[in-house]
Design a protein around this ligand. Sequence first.
Ligand SMILES: NC(=O)c1ccc[n+]([C@@H]2O[C@H](COP(=O)([O-])OP(=O)(O)OC[C@H]3O[C@@H](n4cnc5c(N)ncnc54)[C@H](O)[C@@H]3O)[C@@H](O)[C@H]2O)c1
Length: 370
Amino acid sequence: MFRFSSIIGAFAAMALATSSVSAFAPAMDVGRTTFRASRAVAAPSKSAVRSNKTELNMAATIDLKGKVAFIAGVADSTGYGWAIAKALANAGCTIIVGTWPPVLKIFERGLTKGNFDEDSILEDGSKMKIEKVYPLDAVFDSPEDVPEEIKTNKRYAGLDGYTIEEVAKAIEADYGKIDIVVHSLANGPEVTKPLLETTRKGYLAASSASAYSAVSLLQKLGPIMNEGGSFLSLTYIASEKVIPGYGGGMSSAKAQLESDTRTLAFEAGRKYGLRVNTISAGPLKSRAASAIGKEPGQKTFIEYAIDYSNANAPLAQDLYSEDVGNTALFLNSPLARTVTGVTMYVDNGLHAMGMAIDSKSFEGRPMVPE
Ligand SMILES: NC(=O)c1ccc[n+]([C@@H]2O[C@H](COP(=O)([O-])OP(=O)(O)OC[C@H]3O[C@@H](n4cnc5c(N)ncnc54)[C@H](O)[C@@H]3O)[C@@H](O)[C@H]2O)c1
């Protein structure tokens, strides 16, 4: 019954042989990566849009010089966090990031060794500089929350100050006020399980890491953000439509994240003059996502998801992490000064479809308008 879930679950679960498992999750090992979506295997329809990646150069019209952005959830160059950092850096923004302790060392080593140099090249030919990497575990609000087994865990050895409250204090000490906060992280230890089999512990863990973490980040960083600043998170369509296999309460966590976006837009808007939005992103063939979910003789889950999107979305074109980066740049810029409380789809329009037009049920019936 849940056959497909194991594939998708594996996609979300990732290669972390750790107690925590991510949803659209982190890579343990990093390096130079190819993170662009693969071309659809399914041939595009006649009406398909055949453009390549966007040629937009929004940085030319958006100037974020003098602004500081903190991007939580960057540990390699494959994910949406990196693409958002790059889009903001192209506009002159200062970039600082928060990295999960279990992958911090390998990320820092990769940065030092130049593993990400090629993926760091900005539009003017210079390299994106990540000014500071803060260890951040977004499931802990303050030092009292950190249990003994984490403090003594070898992946956290020698680290402190990684709770949200402490990171906010460190950022304030280093930069005073900042302008942009991006929440680009998710984690669901039971993501491979259908909701019907998810434990209370697993469900609450997904919610804590993937939804409450955003509330807490805004709580702690809101007071040190300049008026007119922007808070942005990343969500997924499983919040509102059934995506078999996106389990363990991850679909619930994304629904919370979207609902909280609206409530926080009101509260942080009135309290601090901040904007709060979320991007519902289409499937991205990150290196991490590609590494999992492959059953013998089959495509990886992400290849299925990308092909499904190409076959069924209004726009039959590839989605790149830069597309999400560009939308994030817009949402985090003064161009969007009146946009708040929004879930913005960057998914080639797939969310709008109510039927899979490539379904076997429609065999022989033309489904795409001439
Ligand atoms: N990849 C996709 O197809 C896709 C689609 C829609 C939404 N998203 C969302 O985009 C966001 C970024 O994911 P991504 O796919 O780019 O993968 P990613 O691996 O680049 O980002 C996830 C990050 O979360 C970090 N993380 C996990 N637990 C953490 C914790 N407790 N504290 C701090 N950091 C933690 C990981 O180390 C990793 O860096 C996530 O919210 C994800 O759900 C991804």
